[in-house]
Design a protein around this ligand. Structure first.
Ligand SMILES: Cc1ncc(COP(=O)(O)O)c(C=O)c1O
Length: 388
């Protein structure tokens, strides 16, 4: 009999000898295995076969109610249950929004730099993507208004705008409240659906996350997408969307949810139990303490080891440290030298829709313990010094 090839179960690929800070993945050591084992047993005990059949299109009531209560504490406004839809992660929520809220050829605005894999999802749809430059404080509102006026002069209108205002991937920046208000106003005035990617809200290390744009915008103008990937575990493939009843009704009336009966209902019930039992709070507290220490270790290592001319701002949450190299050093060209020194990262150019800044790079501090992050910073400093 032919031996079947061994297929992988993980996305990540480890390269021996390299501290690979290119992966925005959690450390397996911090994933809540025991909490999920307990919750799974409780859910099967409590609901029996009902946990295993097609679920309600919107998602299970216990999880939706918990999300509403949680956001009452972590955001400036709690959604009503009819504002919420459970999704198979933030990625799937974005894909569903593209499917149901755009038509082929529509213009979709994307902050730049931005989460590169969201761009891949947007590109799975026949849309015209247009970059809006962002600075350390998020989307440049003047440029956004100019762009919207230009589109209007051509008889076009932007259908959607994708952005990550809180603990940004890749830059780690957090949009100010003033800028959030301005963004909400401009998007509402121009009838652009704002897709607010809010997956890092729970991972705030210094102060609570600012109000979401969803919470301060006129109802019906923002779809905020959240996730349990960062606060519990990405393998759950579970997230949610908050918008208004009109939009959520459209989503739950889709063929996908009608045919499939809610997204990942068993996982959603299990996560509802993790939340109700107090294990969610304990996990998030542990994650924040762990990632805060890692962020600080990496920042300390970069301060000690990067040569003069490198610049970075320590992020207040999330997974990522953005670094600017001295002008003239191309992070893509530097990468083979860095790998030779035993460290890897993602060149910043990967996150721009166009006009990339080649002297930037993204480091994820989620995967490695502090001592390895300090060593990674030392190796990076060595590689930069060698090419400078
Ligand atoms: C900004 C941002 N959005 C979405 C995701 C993916 O979320 P999910 O796992 O819920 O699909 C990530 C993961 O890295 C992310 O950084």
């Amino acid at each position: 009999m032919r031996q079947s090839p061994v297929l992988p179960i993980l996305q990540i690929v480890h390269r021996p000898g390299i501290l690979d800070l290119s992966w925005g993945h959690p450390d397996p050591a911090v994933l809540p295995v025991a909490a999920l084992r307990r919750a799974t047993a409780t859910v099967l005990e409590r609901y029996g076969a009902e946990a295993l059949t097609y679920g309600a299109e919107r998602g299970p009531g216990p999880l939706i109610e918990w999300i509403c209560t949680r956001l009452a504490h972590t955001d400036a406004r709690a959604p009503e249950p009819t504002d919420v839809v459970i999704t198979a992660g933030a990625s799937q929520a974005l894909d569903l929004l593209c499917t149901l809220c755009t038509t082929p050829g529509d213009t979709v605005l994307v902050e730049s730099p931005t989460y590169h894999l969201a761009v891949r999802i947007l590109r799975d749809h026949p849309l015209e993507l247009v970059a809006i430059p962002a600075d350390a404080n998020g989307i440049n509102i003047d440029m956004l208004e100019t762009l919207l006026a230009q589109l209007a002069r051509c008889g076009k209108r932007a259908r959607m705008l994708y952005c990550v205002p809180t603990h940004h991937n890749p830059t780690g920046s957090c949009m100010s409240l003033e800028r959030r208000r301005a963004l909400a106003t401009v998007a509402a005035e121009h009838g652009v659906l704002l897709v607010e990617d809010d997956v890092y809200r729970e991972l705030s290390y210094d102060a609570p996350a600012p109000p979401s744009v969803w919470s301060i915008a006129p109802p019906g103008t923002v779809a905020r997408i959240g996730s349990f990937s960062k606060s519990l575990a990405p393998g759950l493939r579970l997230g949610y969307l908050t918008s208004d009843a009109l939009l959520t009704q459209r989503l739950i009336g889709s063929g996908l949810l009608d045919s499939g009966g809610g997204l990942n209902p068993f996982v959603a019930l299990t996560v509802a139990e993790v939340c109700a039992s107090g294990d969610f709070d304990a996990t998030v507290a542990h994650l924040c303490a762990t990632y805060r220490e890692r962020r600080d270790a990496l920042a300390g290592g970069l301060r000690d080891h990067l040569p003069p001319g490198c610049r970075f701002t320590v992020p207040g949450g999330g997974f990522f440290q953005w670094v600017e190299l001295p002008e003239g050093i191309d992070a893509g060209a530097l990468l083979p030298h860095a790998e030779q020194a035993g460290v890897a990262y993602l060149p910043g150019s990967r996150f721009y829709l166009n006009e990339p800044r080649h002297n930037t790079l993204r480091l994820a501090f989620s995967l490695y313990p502090p001592h390895q992050l300090i060593e990674a910073a030392r190796r990076l400093g060595e590689a930069i010094t060698a090419v400078a």
